[in-house]
Design a protein around this ligand. Structure first.
Ligand code: NAD
Ligand code: UGA
Length: 466
């Protein structure tokens, strides 16, 4: 008989654990969901009016069930003891030191969460890997759980990777293309898969709930991110050819995307992909390939990340060249700092690389983003370990309260994030107050270049020749 899950615990109240388990609580009023985190400030924010994450639709979901069947807590022990099913949704950053540094995933948080479950559990549990992990991590989790727990307790491990994208997380969770559940192909493993599938079936059509073996599920997550990022690097590589030939990258993407075998999505050229996962997960795949003695495979995927770095550098050098080969003391307005629109997340944002390069060239950088806090921007631009780095930084970087303020007396505007509000700006007003010639560098292909040129701007767009 299938286990009916009545209580869920989620370890990790981040960008994935928070929204994912909030949606489960929202759609399954009969299940009690407790999301726990080590960070007291994060939990306090989840329990306040201002949630720690900006995500369209998240407030409505959380406020509808918080205090009823959705709880945020730092009391991990109690939540683990009570739960039938536990999501492990902790961070898995790229390792900074030791073996595999710069490539391999740091599994320390996954391991410590697993040990915590083993130590306190008093009854059998389904443990679900929600974090993105290297292939065969579930095996290590099972070994740790079995070696550290009581004989009368059984743990079934599932892999249930998350495919949500930030900025559209709630919609992605409510209407997923698919839900993937990997499990051991034993009667017990399949029963656990069924128990988790029943939860999702409360709102996801059953033909979208896929079950596979554990290792396929783990690898599919890395593979999906690698394939998505590869499309961006492919279109960005073509954008360089466009700039050199007079072809237009939006027209090329449209023409290619109309082929139903290629499809139109994820072919938007840009200053480079950012976000906490694409680079991390590809490097993880590169490391895995090297460990498996597959150097050609590793080199193939590594190129996706290398091309992304090249794209950012190419954009910076185009800006410097166009501004008469020097940006020293020139005022550059950077519009957008988040890694994409509709999120306040700046992890691996292309804007960080651009701003650091502008600072290196002694420019005066004025940044505006509608959702990223001033503290976050200074944190991202500070060099780790450099004393007084923020004081030095504040001589070069100022934060503006609007796009108009940022571009006042600027020599150039750089569009780094595709926020919708940038399309609606009064560019006549902006042009009047800028130094002349007034340049705009559109790193997101969101502006109407012809109209801006008619105002007087000199416009440079990724993937278009000038
Ligand atoms: P995050 O850093 O926002 O959140 C992780 C949280 O886990 C942190 O708040 C941390 O304090 C907490 N934590 C660490 N160890 C803990 C423990 N033992 N007990 C309780 N809490 C603990 O990370 P995230 O963006 O939510 O990503 C989590 C995982 O999901 C990663 O593996 C990531 O690759 C994957 N993922 C992320 C996204 C995304 O859009 N951000 C999408 C899909 C998958
Ligand atoms: C991505 C995946 O889309 C999710 O499926 C996955 O769950 C998630 O990573 C993860 O594992 O963390 P996310 O990084 O939140 O989601 O956002 P995306 O919409 O994928 O955008 C990533 C970056 O690529 C952004 O900087 C975006 O601006 C850029 N991008 C995206 C382009 O430059 N061009 C495109 O056509 C699409």
């Amino acid at each position: 008989m299938t286990t009916r899950v009545k209580k869920i615990c989620c370890l990790g109240a981040g960008y994935v654990g928070g929204p994912t388990c909030a949606v489960i609580a929202y759609k399954c009023p009969h299940i009690q969901v407790t999301i726990v985190d080590l960070s007291e400030t994060r939990i306090a924010a989840w329990n306040s009016d201002k949630l720690p994450i900006y995500e369209p639709g998240l407030d409505e979901v959380v406020f509808a069930c918080r205090g009823k069947n959705l709880f945020f807590s730092t009391e991990a022990e109690r939540a683990v003891i009570e739960a039938d099913l536990i999501f492990v949704s902790v961070n898995t950053p790229t390792k900074k030191a030791g073996m595999g540094a710069g490539y391999a995933a740091d599994l320390a948080y996954v391991e410590s969460a697993t040990r915590q479950i083993a130590e306190v559990a008093k009854s059998s549990k389904i443990v679900v890997e929600k974090s993105t992990v290297p292939c065969r991590t579930a095996e290590s989790m099972r070994t740790i759980l079995e070696a550290n727990s009581r004989d009368d307790i059984r743990f079934d491990i599932l892999s249930n990777p998350e495919f949500l994208a930030e900025g559209t997380a709630i919609n992605d969770l409510l209407h997923p293309d698919r839900v993937l559940i990997g499990g051991l192909q034993t009667p017990e493993g399949q029963r656990a898969q069924q128990a988790l599938a029943e939860i999702y079936a409360q709102w996801v059509p059953t033909d979208r709930i896929i079950t596979t073996n554990l290792w396929s599920s783990e690898l599919s997550k890395l593979a999906a991110n690698a394939l998505l990022a590869q499309r961006i690097s492919s279109i960005n590589a073509l954008s360089a050819i466009c700039e050199a030939t007079g072809a237009d990258i939006d027209e090329v993407a449209y023409a290619c995307g109309r082929d139903s075998r290629i499809g139109p999505k994820f072919l938007k050229a840009s200053v480079g992909f950012g976000g906490s996962c694409f680079q991390k997960d590809i490097l993880n795949l590169v490391y895995l390939s090297e460990q498996l003695n597959l150097p050609e495979v590793a080199a193939y995927w590594k190129q996706v990340v290398d091309l992304n770095e090249y794209q950012k550098k190419r954009f910076v050098s185009r800006i410097i060249k166009t501004l008469f080969n020097t940006i020293t003391n020139k005022r550059i307005a950077v519009l957008g700092f988040a890694f994409k629109k509709d999120t306040g997340d700046t992890r691996e944002s292309a804007a960080i690389t651009l701003c650091k390069d502008f600072i290196q060239e002694n420019a005066q950088v004025r940044i505006y983003d509608p959702k990223v806090s001033d503290e976050q921007i200074f944190f991202d631009l500070s060099e780790p370990g450099v004393v007084n780095s923020t004081i030095a930084l504040k001589k070069r970087v100022t934060i503006a309260g609007s796009a108009y303020e940022a571009s006042d007396k600027a020599d150039a505007i750089v569009i780094a994030t595709e926020w919708d509000e940038f399309k609606e700006l009064n560019f006549e007003k902006i042009y009047e107050k800028m130094n002349k010639p007034a340049f705009i560098f559109d790193g997101r292909l969101i502006l109407d270049a012809e109209r801006l040129e008619s105002i007087g701007f000199r416009v440079h767009t990724i993937g278009r020749a000038n």
